[in-house]
Design a protein around this ligand. Structure first.
Ligand code: PA5
Length: 463
């Protein structure tokens, strides 16, 4: 099985200069702290960081595959109702591992997969207008079982199903993934008899894509989840290695920390030179932002920590953001995602031999042009003293994607140690949820509602 490669040549001082690049000494210093961080994270593996062991939950994987087998051919549409960590991993893996045109259904008999991770009435209303619920399997995913967005989607689609199919029949069209015992969705499963899966203890939303949260919808949409899990397990073994330079999670976490703490680069850009990997950057943005973006350190001191994740897509954003990246403030470092072998080779026809601006493209391939643009972008970043690392994917396949997921999750856990913040809570997200409950008039949140309503008057103008 081919391994992902993390190349950090272009993050080093001898390539981009000592002001913006890392010296061997800076990395060596961080390696000592990193070893302690690794021990601290691994010690929690069987306690509260159970997500580390998700690649090995074989009986759960079999349950998921068995359910997917039983549902095969029964539905035209798999519809995920979930948000944040209950949605982003599935969206990213669907984009990476199914055809970009999968939902057009032109070439296969697998169901479409929709992840409705918003409650914009125009999104949900249009879905109801376009799709017959009797052709849909709705997978309601909420670890807490209390998220207002997901609960309201559930209520809307449950009613649509009951109206279309009747109370008894509708049950087969709903599947719930939630906590084993806590939260109102578990209570609903008990009352209605829905098929359900468990988000295990010690698996936070943004670390849950390799649990039934991601595995169920991905398996239903025909993705090789065993291949993804094998890749994750292989990477997990590499990320237990105490030797800093052999452990990609240690190296990546250390670079992130040093780029912000020593090189004053608060922005972390994931620049995907692959359409199929583009949404992994969205998945990682949440993982990084929610885990490391914290007001307080673990000792309760205000630190206002955290890098700002930015997503960019090559080559598209070369014609949009590259100008800023090469000439704007020196406040960013870059992670390029690069694919060695595409599934397709697309020749560019030769024509207009007398026009040099066209002639040089003839008899080459899009693959060559894409690679040249990616390498050209790295050359331009390096020349402008903008540090970058590159994850080289041998191919975009389940094994490579599984490796990336596990590596980045472990890296973010290690970043929590470097930044000295709790990487596994999300008090800022909870604050927003509580405010929404209050504004919706939920019982028990009256004081919060009064507090919000007594806030300073707004300043606005008509435009
Ligand atoms: O990572 C997280 O914990 C959050 O993004 C949650 O996934 C998100 O808020 C949705 O929560 P839940 O799955 O409980 O509905």
């Amino acid at each position: 099985m081919e391994q992902l490669v993390l190349d950090y040549t272009h993050a080093m001082a001898d390539v981009v200069g000592p002001e913006h690049g890392l010296t061997r000494a800076e990395l060596a210093d961080c390696a000592a702290a990193s070893k302690i961080a690794l021990a601290a994270v691994q010690a929690r593996r069987t306690k509260d960081l159970r997500w580390l062991d998700l690649p090995y939950q074989t009986s759960v994987h079999e349950q998921v595959l068995d359910y997917a087998d039983r549902m095969a051919g029964r539905f035209q549409n798999i519809v995920v109702c979930g948000i944040g960590g209950s949605a982003l991993g599935t969206i990213a893996l669907q984009q990476a591992l199914n055809s970009p045109y999968h939902n057009l259904g032109a070439r296969q008999s697998l169901p479409r997969l929709f992840v409705l991770d918003n409650i914009d009435p125009d999104l949900i209303g249009e879905f109801l207008a376009q799709f017959d619920p009797s052709e849909c399997l709705f997978n309601v995913i909420s670890k807490s079982g209390t998220t207002a967005e997901t609960t309201s989607q559930f209520l809307i689609f449950q009613q649509a199903l009951i109206e279309r199919l009747g109370r008894k029949e509708h049950v087969e069209h709903l599947c719930v993934t939630t906590d084993e015992s806590k939260g109102v969705m578990r209570e609903i499963v008990r009352r209605e008899g829905y098929q359900s899966f468990v988000v295990p203890e010690g698996v936070g939303g943004r670390f849950s894509v390799l649990s039934p949260v991601g595995l169920v919808p991905l398996a239903l949409a025909g993705i090789d989840i065993k291949g993804v899990l094998k890749g994750a397990a292989d990477m997990d073994a590499r990320c237990r290695n105490e030797d800093f330079h052999s452990n990609p999670a240690q190296v990546y976490a250390a670079i992130q920390w040093l780029m912000q703490a020593r090189k004053r680069k608060p922005m972390s850009v994931t620049f995907s030179y692959s359409q199929r990997l583009a949404l992994l950057a969205d998945w990682y943005a949440q993982l990084l932002a929610e885990s490391i973006g914290k007001r307080q350190s673990r000792k309760g001191v205000d630190v206002f920590a955290g890098p700002t994740p930015i997503r960019a897509l090559g080559v598209t954003d070369q014609h949009s953001q590259m100008q800023l990246y090469t000439e704007g403030p020196h406040d960013k470092w870059f992670t390029l995602l690069s694919v060695e072998r595409s599934d397709y080779s697309v020749p560019i026809p030769a024509a207009y031999a007398d026009l040099e601006a066209i002639r040089y493209l003839g008899d080459r391939t899009l693959n060559e042009l894409f690679a040249a643009e990616r390498d050209g972008a790295r050359v331009a970043l390096t020349a402008a003293q903008r540090p970058s690392v590159t994850f080289h994917f041998p191919k975009v396949n389940p094994h490579a994607i599984g490796q990336y997921i596990q590596c980045l999750e472990i890296a973010v856990a290690l970043m929590g140690e470097h930044y000295d913040v709790d990487a596994f809570d999300q008090p800022g997200v909870e604050a927003g949820k509580i405010a929404a409950y209050a504004l919706m008039g939920r019982t028990g949140f009256e004081a919060k509602k009064a507090e919000i309503e007594s806030a300073a008057p707004s300043s606005r103008l008509r435009v």
